[in-house]
Design a protein around this ligand. Sequence first.
Ligand code: ATP
Ligand code: MG
Length: 472
Amino acid sequence: MEDSEDSGILERNWEALEGSEDHHRKRDSMIWIEIPPKAARILTILQENGFEAYVVGGCVRDSLLGRKPQDWDITTSASPEQVKQLFGRTIDTGIQHGTVTVMDEKDGFEVTTYRVDGVYEDGRHPKQVTFTASLREDLMRRDFTINAMAYSPSDGLVDLFNGVDDLRTAQIRCVGDPKERFGEDALRMLRAVRFAAQLGFSVTEDVLAAIRELSGTLRKVSAERIQAELIKLLVSPRPDWLRLAYECGITSVVMPEFDRIMEQRQNNPHHAYTAGEHTLVAMKNIPADRVLRLTMLFHDMGKPQVFETDEKGIDHFHGHAAYSEVIARQIMRRLKLDNETLHAVCTLVGNHSRYPKLNAFDVRKTAYELGGPEVFERFLLVKRADVLAQHPDVIAQKMDYLKALEHIWRDIKLHQDPLSMKDLALSGDDLIADGRKPGPAMGEILQALFMEVLEFPERNKKEYLLSRSREM
Ligand code: ATP
Ligand code: MG
């Protein structure tokens, strides 16, 4: 999600209504949201068949903020069976929770029957859900006021918990009593911080107090659900708001390793902050990509393990990258991240303190060893983000190095120098055609030739390589 100027339809609709009598009702009936035609069609079909239907939740919130909604969820008084009868193509997405996905060409819309959630079993899933005829009850089960608004073109905005006021004053507030709501589902505590980070909102004091008291109960929530919220926080415009999760006791439960670096001092000329504060700044310094943000989050987590203070009182962290990689792997396994992400992040974390020499051969060799040009480019971003989060006194000098490195890399790409075995101008088939027997020796020859062209790219010519291979 990108950062947005929070000046949506809300502001445009606002001025004429401010201070008027019956302020809320008038305002709500005048607020207008542009709904995609396909979602509007679903609302119309449901309403023409005698059911209530609204778009609800995130899409209403984001529209009012002038942000582009990710998806348009619909809430209705129709039962799942009735929804299925009315629409041609549907998928039983979560039929036991009342959700049916209505397909319109390639687009899917989740249509959920008004429901009341029971207590979430072990903080995971609602034990049972009960369908209800009341929109009010459906809105009451939702977590935050800004997420508990519904809208339809015929009825306008339905805002029973002053969500609009909280949007205007930029606040995350629970629907009802925070302690009760977190008691039903502990994940909501992490969601509060995630929405705050995405939107740049503050979390109300009663919500914060409840989180401080109940953060321990996040232990009951499944790794998958925690992972999803954590990643949304990390790729938000404010990844450094993870600090808020730390301050109110959330990270001590979901990622105690982070608390360790928040407490790790770095009395050393390269650093101006604790390892944790450095990490938060480094996350802000890198594009909002999950691999990159996770890399910055983990890159210094090994520091407490190798922490040493010399006789002059200077702190050192020799070899911390390898330890950080081990911790990163543990955390990502625990949070059940996919293997591809895990592997990509571990490579970057484990190599982040590597300094390629400022010559083309060493840079090509590093790119090859890291796993190719895409990884190397991410590596450059990681180094840049890391340097820019260090002590102001060392940034200039380290940036000179980085710029020189980036310059060499641009030349390498410009010349299309060979960087992997597949770029070699000679293949196994060429060797066979030249009379070699397939086998391990052949692989070794190709490898040796590749190492040669990595150093001397101008030698990457078939005839030359063939003649070299004959000498081997
Ligand atoms: P996003 O844009 O990130 O998808 P969203 O508001 O759509 O934000 P979802 O997690 O997709 O968030 O949930 C959709 C809606 O369902 C929310 O707006 C909220 O009304 C409700 N909701 C989701 N999860 C919970 C929960 N754990 N407790 C209460 N209500 C929830
Ligand atoms: Mg959503």
